[in-house]
Design a protein around this ligand. Structure first.
Ligand SMILES: C[S@@+](CC[C@H](N)C(=O)[O-])C[C@H]1O[C@@H](n2cnc3c(N)ncnc32)[C@H](O)[C@@H]1O
Length: 364
């Protein structure tokens, strides 16, 4: 399919289109075909899959956001196995702070079915509040929007600085696989790269799809909050002189490598998030940058340790699993520092739960 489209385009395809097809081509892409992706049996493990603590902390931030609006909906993007949705609804129910509706935007039909099964099993009492949406309405009303590890799965443009001027990576057929050629691209994107002042030979990514996604949510939100958790850096670190080959990574069965042209449709392809660009896009579209911090600082400020103490693990193995969960979520050697939490808000007056411990907004 990709080869046919490349041919129809005259022999080359811009990398972000290749990534879009490899991940999301209906019925064939990594996220849209049926294979197991998440968990120990899949290709990677995300924070909500480790246990209930991550969702319970995120719930405290959502509860605060909804309370500041006087109620509203939750929109979750890319809900994976439904673990975060189940955990959020359970904790918000416990706090008497359920959203009016819990709306899920999920591109994969297989994951939608899996999410529904998970919610019916885990929180049957709340399933009638949950709906799967096909399109964003023009007006989201008052809402809290949650996206955990979603922006890293959005297609990126790749560029290389060639003889002083930037060029975009295009995908071309090569034997039975694919190769790359450097070509011209949209003037605004090339100007953005030129503005970064990078040296010859430097290659990295741009994130127009993620930036446009933030802007479109900002325009539709009446009041509320966009909470993003993902791995990424501020711009200065993203385009650090030593990170000369960008951040693109592929995952297949818990192995990571950098070749996006292997196992096309069977392996995950991701890139880190440029949090400065995300903040810029949100602020330009009318949001306020309310918080930016590491995942560890966010979870601890949202009460991770109290929540862990509230658990009553039955036996030594369960106690060790709980400790391991806290460690994986917060250790700088695991998810604690490489993952960040960002809150972009509209018309909220008070500081938000989760962002009071270690404010890193100035780094953006
Ligand atoms: C790495 S998974 C993370 C899943 C889940 N949030 C978790 O933490 O386990 C990325 C998810 O983002 C979804 N996704 C990517 N772009 C999206 C978009 N524009 N709208 C909705 N979902 C999207 C994918 O379909 C996939 O379910």
């Amino acid at each position: 399919m990709i080869r046919a489209e490349i041919e129809a385009k005259g022999g080359a395809m811009e990398f972000s289109r290749f990534m879009e097809l490899a991940l999301y081509a209906p019925g064939l892409g990594y996220y849209t075909a049926g294979q197991q992706k998440f968990g120990e049996q899949g290709d990677f493990v995300t924070a909500p899959e480790l246990g209930g603590l991550f969702a319970a902390c995120v719930a405290r931030c959502c509860h605060d956001g909804l309370a500041q609006c006087g109620g509203g909906d939750i929109w979750e993007f890319g809900a994976g196995t439904g673990a975060l949705a189940a955990g959020l609804l359970r904790e918000l129910g416990r706090r008497d702070g359920l959203p009016r509706r819990y709306r899920i935007m999920e591109l994969s039909p297989e994951l939608r079915a899996r999410q529904r099964r998970r919610l019916e099993r885990a929180v049957p009492e709340y399933v009638d509040r949950v709906s799967w949406e096909d399109a964003l309405p023009g007006d989201l009303g008052d809402a809290v929007i949650v996206a955990n590890e979603v922006l890293d799965a959005m297609p990126v443009m790749r560029f290389c600085v060639d003889d002083g001027s930037p060029r975009l990576v295009h995908v071309v057929p090569r034997g039975s696989s694919f190769g790359e050629s450097l070509q011209q691209g949209p003037a605004n994107q090339l100007a953005a790269v030129a503005g970064l002042g990078l040296a010859k030979g430097y290659c990295s990514e741009l994130h127009p799809a993620a930036a446009a996604w933030v802007a479109s949510l900002a325009e539709r939100l009446r009041r509320g909050l966009l909470l993003i958790v993902d791995y990424g850096y501020p711009e200065r670190e993203y385009y650090h002189p030593q990170r000369t080959q960008g951040t693109l990574m592929c995952h297949y069965r818990h192995r990571a490598h950098v070749d996006p042209y292997r196992l096309v449709g069977l392996q995950d392809i991701t890139a880190h998030v440029n949090f400065s660009a995300i903040a810029r896009s949100g602020v330009d579209a009318g949001l306020k940058l309310t918080g930016y911090t590491s995942q560890a600082a966010f979870l601890i400020a949202a009460g991770l340790l109290d929540l862990a103490a509230r658990e009553e693990p039955a036996g030594e193995a369960a106690r060790l699993a709980l400790t391991r969960q806290v460690q994986r979520l917060t250790s700088p050697a695991e998810m604690g520092e490489s993952f960040k939490a960002m809150a972009l808000s509209k018309d909220l007056q008070r500081p938000l739960t989760g962002f009071g411990l270690f404010d890193q907004r100035r780094r953006l």
